[in-house]
Ligand binder design. Structure first.
Ligand SMILES: Cc1cc2nc3c(=O)[nH]c(=O)nc-3n(C[C@H](O)[C@H](O)[C@H](O)COP(=O)(O)O)c2cc1C
Length: 128
């Protein structure tokens, strides 16, 4: 088994999410990720999520199961999964990129997307 694994998926938000929902979701996710040793990045634009998670294969498998059961998103599409030599987001239990208007609570680890709906962090997450 590889030491580290990375998983990338895309999904659609079931409901339009505002700052408060996103803040709460990220706070919860970050607490659990810190316990599981998971790091990564979540992008939320146009009601679409793209998330990469990285960590020990057992932790990734467990979170992947939880994510697939979560009714807050649907049409979950696995884009990539494989071994990883070095974490790309070692500084963040879950970095988050979205529109500045969705960061009313000034959460740490927030990155504003540009006009194309991208940030440097989101690009780092999505690259092969
Ligand atoms: C788009 C999206 C991203 C999520 N990201 C994470 C995450 O990074 N870590 C996490 O623990 N939960 C995350 N969650 C929540 C999980 O789906 C799940 O509710 C949580 O891990 C609790 O799982 P459990 O009910 O199986 O214990 C996310 C949910 C959504 C909708």
């Amino acid at each position: 088994m590889p030491v580290l694994e990375r998983l990338l998926y895309r999904s659609k938000a079931t409901n339009t999410l505002g700052s408060l929902h996103l803040f709460n979701m990220l706070s919860e996710a970050r607490a659990k990720n810190a316990m599981l040793g998971i790091t990564g990045h979540l992008l939320y634009t146009e009601e679409v999520f793209v998330q990469c998670i990285e960590g020990k294969p057992e932790a990734i498998e467990s979170l992947w199961h939880s994510l697939q059961r979560d009714a807050r998103h649907y049409d979950i599409e696995l884009l990539a999964r494989g071994p990883l030599e070095k974490r790309r987001f070692s500084d963040w239990s879950m970095a988050f990129s979205s529109y500045p208007s969705l960061n009313r609570f000034n959460m740490p680890g927030f990155f504003a997307v540009d006009k194309e709906g991208m940030s440097a962090e989101a690009e780092r997450c999505a690259k092969a």
